[in-house]
Design a protein around this ligand. Structure first.
Ligand SMILES: [Zn+2]
Length: 465
């Protein structure tokens, strides 16, 4: 196994494919390839990348003259992981909202903290999140941001080079919500449509604005209907929370007479462009609704445990043919944005619900790659290693002492690997992590900036740390 890991210090371009212009040709050599493509390549081999796309996968590929080289010996090579439910704007609030259930967690801590963001603090929060996400193997994200300053998050996502579906959340009502976050439905929607006009299909084409009604209790039926109509007319993704917590569901029923899922369905929100985060407490009738509408369910195991919400029936969703994706949710309900912990917990928790054979490691990895790509509507571009797809891939050591010596690559990855085993990360052919070292910016500086901005934010919020 190659010598490794120096994460501190200033970033410097690596000898091959460092940041800047993508290396025109890159050979990832000698890894155990898990392509995740149905019927795709699996086994020892190499991957040749040209102009940011996968050109060839197979054993013993010749190194073209001038091609950069990434050593994958003793490691697995898999598509970059996709996290389909995150809040980058909340990363500054890690550790600041402990021991609470969802509604008090939101009303007493998270919403007041979000309301206190300014452009600088939100940029620091997004950069801190992306530092962790990229270092841990995540190359694509679907995120829900706060009401204001969302443009700044899109800029940081574009700079990082990840594939992203994101939007500011839409709120036009709700107990315990700071008044500055509540906008009339028309204004809330127009702010997001304007981002979509500016970003979708523009610049790199990787960063896309979506419509993100926060959750049923934050939105009037009118706002939800307008979101659903705008999504259909303009081809925009929809991303919201649903059926996370029993008290939330009780309140929705008290107000609307319906379950969360039935209320969202009645407003036209459920469809194949929609991702619903959580879906922990869902009746059999509502599960059938999710399946019939072609909704993507994004499960967030750590967040559901930490906020004492429950365990989502993820294996059942898969059995029903519902697309399942994975996300770490926000730093204050996790407290990591680490996809490996989520993948492991996803599999382990389903074993408690459905027996030891439930959600085996290969399925968990599929959820964290292809499942996420489908939830973002980007499965033709990312989520699997196939000829012509974007060269987003992660190389993960398989031979660390705590990973082996036996067991399949899938078992090692899902039950034993973590961010420390991420050796290289390639984004569209550009190496952004090499031998564990982050090449985009200085992680220590991102952390220092986050500390500084948090201090100022807490004084604006008039909340204790
Ligand atoms: Zn969330």
């Amino acid at each position: 196994m190659a010598g490794r890991k120096k994460r501190a210090g200033n970033p410097s371009p690596g000898p091959s494919g460092g940041p800047g212009a993508p290396s025109p040709t890159l050979l990832v050599r000698g890894g155990w390839i898990l392509s995740m493509a149905p019927g795709g390549f699996q086994g020892h081999g190499d991957i040749l990348v040209r102009e940011g796309r996968i050109q060839e996968i197979g054993p013993d590929l010749p190194r073209p003259p001038g091609a950069s080289l990434l050593d994958a010996s003793g490691a697995a090579v898999l598509p970059g992981l996709v996290q389909a439910h995150l809040h980058l704007c909340q990363t500054l609030f890690r550790g600041l909202a402990e021991e609470m259930e969802l509604l008090p967690w939101l009303q007493t801590r998270i919403l007041p903290l979000e309301a206190a963001h300014d452009e600088k603090s939100i940029a620091a929060s997004a950069r801190l999140a992306l530092t962790e996400l990229l270092l841990s193997g995540t190359t694509a994200v679907q995120t829900m941001e706060t009401v204001h300053h969302t443009q700044v998050v899109l800029e940081v996502l574009e700079e990082a080079g990840v594939t992203a579906v994101t939007g500011g959340c839409l709120i036009d009502q709700g107990e315990g919500t700071p008044p500055s976050m509540i906008l009339p439905a028309g204004r809330a929607l127009e702010a997001q449509l304007s981002l979509a006009r500016e970003w979708n299909g523009k610049r790199s084409g990787r960063v896309e604005a979506a419509l993100c009604p926060r959750f049923a209790l934050s939105c009037s039926e009118g706002l939800l209907r307008e979101c659903a109509a705008a999504s259909r007319e303009k081809g925009l993704r929809l991303h919201t929370h649903a059926a996370e917590n029993k008290e939330e569901i009780r309140k929705v029923r008290e107000i609307t007479g319906l379950s969360d899922i039935a209320f969202l369905d009645g407003a036209g929100i459920l469809g194949p462009a929609t991702s619903l985060a959580h879906c922990v407490h869902v009746s059999p009738e509502d599960r059938a609704r999710l399946r019939d509408r072609g909704v993507h369910v994004v499960t967030c195991p750590s967040a559901n445990l930490k906020l004492a919400s429950g365990i989502a029936p993820a294996a059942e969703y898969l059995d029903q043919g519902i697309n399942l994706a994975l996300g770490a949710d926000g730093a204050p309900c996790n407290n990591r944005l680490d996809p490996w912990r989520e993948t492991r917990l996803l599999s382990l928790l389903q074993k408690v619900l459905a027996g030891p054979a439930a959600l085996p490691p290969g399925k968990a990895l599929e959820t964290a790659t292809l499942g996420g790509a489908r939830a973002l509507g980007r499965e033709k571009e990312i989520g699997a290693l196939e000829k012509g797809k974007r060269a987003d891939m992660v190389v993960v050591d398989l031979e660390a002492p705590w990973l082996g010596p036996g067991g399949s690559p899938e078992t090692r990855l899902v039950f034993a690997a973590g961010p420390a085993e991420v050796r290289h990360l390639v984004l569209g052919g550009k190496t952004v992590v090499r031998d564990g070292k982050f090449l985009l910016w200085d992680p220590a500086e991102a952390a220092a900036r986050a500390r500084e901005e948090l201090k100022k934010l807490l004084s604006r919020a008039k909340l204790p740390s």
